[in-house]
Design a protein around this ligand. Structure first.
Ligand SMILES: Nc1ncnc2c1ncn2[C@@H]1O[C@H](COP(=O)(O)OP(=O)(O)OP(=O)(O)O)[C@@H](O)[C@H]1O
Ligand SMILES: [Mg+2]
Length: 315
């Protein structure tokens, strides 16, 4: 399948205070066309730096990156023609209305006025901005302003969308409207590159995940593929029937006031279930959440070698 994004040992070092600060340390990542990639990582992991290089607003220090087959440095104009971006913490112009914002953004991108009007109608409606479309942005709440930004890029016909924390500060209903707009864009085979701190959002939206930590890609692939790579893919909670000593050997054990929680492997999870059944202990068992996976990986439970394997396998 053709790649929408391909980076090869990409590095970025910022120079300040007489020193070099490495924000990206050799990131190799491939995202197929039509995917929704959720890039996750802690503050300062390098997500925005990576997204800015991909969207041609920042030069890499070394390595290569291609977007839809075009080099982001040598062929940046061709890249810009095919992408739309919401930068982190960007704000729309205060002296325009959401309708004007979307309309002028589209006409600047080359849409006819008629097409821009029709697209603006659709995007503003989708993001629940109909009631506010003619109110000056300066009079809107922070969440509504953010939604106006999302409406702008969603209304475009860009092949690839870069959204840096698009839902930060949005209420739960507005978040869902952004999710729906993202899914709709993906159904039209557009590629979405999204960063988020909401792991439920990454889980609900992404067809692929990439986990950055301190400028390094620790894991990438589908959710299922990444969860198979962690040491403890199951979470078991038992109430009664066991002592600490009995459970300790099975994995990572935590006491939750009235019950035990264990992160463990499949074989061990089965064994505990069997024992719990015999002893009449209450038990719940399931695959680990993305948050658990994140903690296990950032805690370096999987090694760098396994990550490289994940990328090659392209699960
Ligand atoms: N313009 C800049 N000049 C110097 N250093 C920078 C600049 N932008 C980012 N950095 C540094 O690069 C590293 C990565 O920052 P980046 O903004 O890419 O992280 P992030 O993963 O997007 O974090 P967050 O989740 O907080 O948005 C950090 O150590 C940061 O201090
Ligand atoms: Mg950021």
């Amino acid at each position: 399948m053709a790649s929408a994004l391909k980076s090869t040992t990409l590095t970025k070092a910022y120079r300040w205070g007489g020193k070099s600060h490495e924000a990206l340390r050799g990131v190799s990542l491939e995202v197929p066309k039509g995917a929704i990639l959720g890039l996750i990582g802690r503050n300062g992991a390098g997500k925005t730096t990576f997204l800015r290089i991909a969207s041609t607003s920042l030069l890499p220090t070394s390595g290569k990156m291609e977007i839809l087959g075009h080099d982001v440095v040598d062929d940046c104009v061709a890249v810009r023609e095919q992408i739309a971006v919401i930068p982190q913490e960007s704000r729309p112009f205060y002296w325009m209305t959401p309708r004007e914002l979307v309309f002028y953004y589209l006409t600047m991108r080359g849409h006819t006025q008629k097409d821009a009007r029709a697209r603006a109608d659709e995007a503003l409606g989708e993001l629940g901005l109909g009631e506010w479309e003619n109110t000056l942005v300066g009079r809107l709440s922070g969440g509504l302003r953010r939604r106006a930004m999302v409406a702008m890029v969603m209304a475009s016909d860009a092949e690839m969308l870069f959204l840096d924390e698009p839902t930060t500060g949005l209420d739960p209903v507005a978040r869902r409207s952004v999710w729906e707009a993202v899914r709709k864009a993906a159904r039209k085979n557009r590629t979405i590159f999204l960063t988020t701190h909401y792991l439920d959002e990454a889980e609900a939206l992404s067809s692929r995940l990439a986990l950055l930590d301190k400028g390094q890609l620790l894991a990438s692939g589908t959710r299922e593929f990444i969860s198979q790579k962690v040491k403890h893919p199951y979470r078991v909670v038992v109430e009664g029937g066991f002592t600490r000593g009995e459970l300790e050997g099975y994995g990572d054990l935590t006491w939750l006031e009235d019950r035990w929680m264990i992160f463990t492997g499949e074989k061990e999870a089965r064994e505990i279930s069997r024992l719990a059944l015999e002893r009449g202990a209450r038990l719940s068992l399931g695959p680990v959440s993305l948050e658990d996976i994140f903690l296990q990986i950032v805690g370096k439970d999987i090694t760098k070698d396994e990550t490289e394997e994940a990328e090659v396998a392209g699960a």
